[in-house]
Design a binder for this molecule. Sequence first.
Ligand SMILES: Nc1ncnc2c1ncn2[C@@H]1O[C@H](COP(=O)(O)OP(=O)(O)OP(=O)(O)O)[C@@H](O)[C@H]1O
Ligand SMILES: [Zn+2]
Ligand SMILES: [Zn+2]
Length: 741
Amino acid sequence: MAKYANVIVDISLDKLDKTFQYLIPEELKDTIREGMQVEVPFGNRSLAGFVMELTDEAEFDESKLKPVTSLKEDGVAIESQLIALAAWIRRNYGGTMNQALKTVLPIKQKTKAVEQRSVRLLISKKEAQEYLALFEAKHNTAKARLLRELIEQDVIQYQVITQKLHVTASVVKGLEEKGILAVESQTAYRNPIGHLNPEGYDKVLNAGQQHVVDVITSDMQKEEYGTYLLKGVTGSGKTEVYMELISHVLREGKQAIVLIPEIALTYQTVMRFYNRFGKRVSIMNSRLSGGERYDQFLRAKNGDVDIMIGPRSALFTPFTNLGLIIIDEEHEASYKSETVPRYHARETAIARAAMNHASVVLGSATPSVESYYQAKQGNFKLLELSERVQKRPLPECEVIDLREELRSGNRSILSTRLQELMDNRLRNGQQTMLFLNRRGVAGFVSCRACGHVIRCPHCDVSLSQHAGGRMVCHYCGYEQPEPKVCPECGSRYIGGFKAGTQKVEEIVKKRFPKARVLRMDYDTTRTKGSYEKILSAFSNQEADILIGTQMIVKGHDFPNVTLVGVLAADMSLHVSDFHAAERTFELLTQAAGRAGRGEAAGQVVIQTYDPKHYAIEAAKDQDYETFYEKEIAYRSMLRYPPVANMLLILCTSEKEEAASQAASHLTECIQKTGNREYQVMGPADASIRKINDIYRKVIYIKAADYETLVELKDKLEHYMKEENCFRNVMIQFDFNPMNGW
Ligand SMILES: Nc1ncnc2c1ncn2[C@@H]1O[C@H](COP(=O)(O)OP(=O)(O)OP(=O)(O)O)[C@@H](O)[C@H]1O
Ligand SMILES: [Zn+2]
Ligand SMILES: [Zn+2]
């Protein structure tokens, strides 16, 4: 039991770094927790504060520390809940308490809310008339102008005074000092969607949707708050289910958070919620200014809104009576933070919900292997929607073998079959989407004649091309020279795969000169608003063909799209990351899901060098179960998450030698624990060995149990504090990493 509590007494200002240490009196030792609100002596006053950290390390001489006075009974302040969540995050993902607090308490940002100032007449109209006569007599025209207006209106916006009446601030100030008027200010919270007009709402759930809603709401009625995995095929109406659940929660006087990957958080999606809930909804995204974001948190805290829609960070909306957290497209890798603390929004949502008696609904057409595993283990309740709304058929999928195309003399990136279908769509006035899977295009080496890919013999992930003709495994550091001929078939057509969306656009325009073509990728969406512009142009049928990267496959609903072409499906299979097959299956299924969402049926063409790969076969049949069974077998065999847990330690330094040494030290230290549970891989170079002149080394540790890895992290953090060989090295932890490093 900890002896000391580090307490913060002010979270409204940017003073998070400043904690004060107090003794924990014997009688509070059992009950005090991180995040709790406490009463502490401060100077000669008594202040309320929050416990940031419980520790055994005294910052000062113990005799100089004062004891915590008491725990506050109403320790339910929203800040208190969020601080407790920060403590959970720090413990489970590493990093400092300060980093964790900055993640959960963006309310402390220094941005100010917009103030709206106005001027009010303080004296009676009769007195005002007397002053007016006086000013007119003295030819104080500005004062007279203002007063005349105030006699008529009582209150005038400050802006009107300076801009319309052309009265200066000093004149206003002069009258204020005389006690004639008062300048008042009100906070006006910016509302990023305040300009929209709700259209109303008219849908009735079908039986499948209603069943899902019934199961969850009846659990809520029984005060059972669990985690649900809603597995619903593309176009099955998951969003309607979310909205019905939200209105249930609102009726109970509670609030809801809806997480949607930033890329899918389009005007179209926001409007669906807005049409139903109007002004009770707010949104959060990275395009909002700091001030706008801050205002959304305040509106939530003040009870002005009850539904917050946004990406990962919206999870920390300070709702005081949270009832429901929805995570749409829960398989998305963007739910994992890429900066310290590297929390996963799914796990963190579950932790927050448990603290708040809220339910969590995870929705996806292609659940993450992790979540489906949890459902199979009975930790999540599985609910399914296996049909599209109005029984629209799922699209028909064909797989085209690109090796065959090469053999039959077609060197184009568009197979003969795909060209034929595109031609047909153009003639029928229907739309086509072409998806180029750019993920992981960096680095892998494959044979264009037979499709063979060079892989690590130990880790079963693709090796990556490095300078000097080397190929390296990013998990274990295994190395071999780059082959000149294919070790499988002897062909010399072996090398890195290179093709971009721009190239594809050129080819398409040349082949279909009359088609109107749009391209959406990193380059065409860099300017503000361009992303929405391309989507709405395509939605309004101003183009026949949309070419894009993974950006185009996420959750869009274009009823006139009846053909989806996947140009090189297996590219994402060769990332040096154990999630490669999962990502591929997910991307293909989601891409296919864009076809045939309207009246006309959809068709999908998947082009690949590896048609027999289980991820591609399963995507073709849109068969999640078969994919999952194969994938979980592979993960079990190699002890990858979710079957086991994995901790990545990243050591970075300007000096390569220092990073290497630190990595070896840590590895030794792990081995010295003698714990057989730990399976250590590395140290090795990270997949990008050097960024901005900072060298990067990685160690991977697998263990059956997550908690064992948390303990290991604690131990290593402790060790690092004592040893000074880590001085010029930065160490970061990443639990169950989502991307290759
Ligand atoms: N009960 C219903 N009655 C009529 N139309 C519905 C109903 N439920 C959903 N829809 C419509 O069906 C379409 C697909 O629904 P929705 O976008 O909610 O599916 P989804 O499961 O979220 O799809 P995806 O995972 O592919 O994004 C939408 O246009 C939606 O308005
Ligand atoms: Zn070959
Ligand atoms: Zn390896």
